[in-house]
Design a protein around this ligand. Structure first.
Ligand code: NAD
Ligand code: UDP
Length: 337
């Protein structure tokens, strides 16, 4: 069984490649290294002791992508490749729409041509925008509030239309909440190119001494301690969710959507305290203004994934903090020498 993983050198993709290889799948990875490094692929082999095919290609390059399909007998596709920075998407929306939406259209056209109709797509809790209630169920109203989130919703809609046009497709739309943590080996993890936008990589850089303190965006949210609440999920739990979704798409046809989170909300201060406790690193912080577009709380109702996929996140906040720190400590400069 051969699985094409687009964006397989990236943060979530690389962790999923490990789970796929460990479960006995063959994989073919496509990535343009826009937001990742070749070293991540070497580490996947180091951890799993298994080799796999890799193509350095852009999804927008139809000829290059078609070569991947013509040279491999692919059974299903897990589609991670995409741009993901919310703030950047506000500054360069056309680039985001083109990369994420056009990239997916090209991928689906080629899949259709090669009669490969099994697809798992990386969506995001961003499609819910400002949730009217928490926990958020898959039926909650949708209304992304930034271009990044809109690319995800548009792609979900395109994939729904694709299924309506041809019931032989089998598609799983996975709405991730806040993935953090790293593989327990400490060899792969999240490696931001620039100043981290997200909380955990920022905390990691404070812990390693690259940044002075965490700037907490707002202290007057409607939450238990005034700081923003999110559903943090260990990236390895998330990766395992893809294997469950894969079993489902391989065995059926249809289209379905799942929240992948833990179902528990933690605040910024909860995360910092847990990180300090488990790693014994002091994390200085200060409060600044709210970040534009931020919401007070967002966490998932994961009942559907628990029941239909037979999947449940197993790792707790301390595991997430410990593994994040282990990755950062072992790789102070990420994948760079
Ligand atoms: P990432 O940036 O680490 O990985 C994405 C990978 O895709 C990168 O290796 C990048 O080089 C590659 N890529 C991007 N555009 C490409 C293109 N046109 N052609 C080929 N390769 C391309 O991001 P991640 O955190 O691993 O996220 C994976 C997916 O999950 C993304 O689609 C993201 O939007 C989605 N997601 C991420 C989060 C999160 O917080 N990390 C949350 C919800 C959803
Ligand atoms: N956050 C923060 N300082 C930072 C980065 C994030 O206080 O440097 C807060 C942010 O306001 C939110 C939470 O941490 O409440 C998670 O933010 P992140 O960007 O990681 O995820 P998202 O907002 O996309 O859910």
């Amino acid at each position: 069984m051969s699985i094409l993983v687009t964006g397989g050198a990236g943060y979530i993709g690389s962790h999923t490649c490990i789970e796929l290889l460990n479960a006995g799948y063959e994989i073919v990875v496509v990535d343009n290294f826009f937001n990742s490094k070749p070293e991540a692929l070497k580490r996947i082999t180091e951890i799993t002791k298994k080799s796999f095919s890799f193509y350095q290609a852009d999804l927008l390059d139809k000829t290059a992508l078609e070569k991947v399909f013509s040279e491999n007998n692919i059974d299903a596709v897990i589609h991670f490749a995409g741009l993901k920075a919310v703030n950047e998407s506000i500054k360069i929306p056309l680039h985001y729409y083109h990369n994420n939406v056009t990239g997916t259209l090209i991928l689906c056209e080629i899949m259709k041509k090669y009669n490969i109709k099994k697809l798992i797509f990386s969506s995001s809790a961003n499609v819910y925008g400002r949730p009217k209630y928490v926990p958020v169920t898959e039926d909650s109203s949708l209304g992304p509030i930034n271009p990044y989130g809109r690319t995800k919703l548009i792609i979900e809609e395109i994939l729904n239309d694709l299924y309506i046009s041809d019931h032989n497709w089998s598609i799983s739309l996975l709405r991730y909440f806040n993935p953090i943590g790293a593989h327990e080996s400490g060899k792969i993890g999240e490696d931001p190119n620039d100043i981290p936008n997200n909380l955990m990589p920022y905390i990691n850089q404070v812990a390693i001494g690259k940044r002075e303190k965490v700037n907490i965006f707002g202290k007057d949210y409607n939450t238990h301690d005034g700081t923003g609440v999110r559903d943090y999920i260990h990236v390895v739990d998330l990766a395992k969710g893809h294997l469950k979704a894969l079993e489902m798409v391989l065995g059926t046809t249809g289209i379905d959507v799942f929240n992948l989170g833990t179902g528990v909300g933690y605040s910024v201060l909860d995360l910092i305290k847990s990180y300090e406790n488990i790693t014994s690193q002091k994390i200085p912080y200060g409060f600044t203004q709210r970040r534009a577009g931020d919401i007070d709380k967002c966490y998932a109702d994961t009942t559907k994934a628990n029941e239909k996929l037979g999947w449940k996140a197993a790792k707790n906040l301390e595991d997430m903090c410990y593994d994040s720190w282990k990755w950062q400590k072992n790789n102070p400069n990420g994948y760079r020498e």
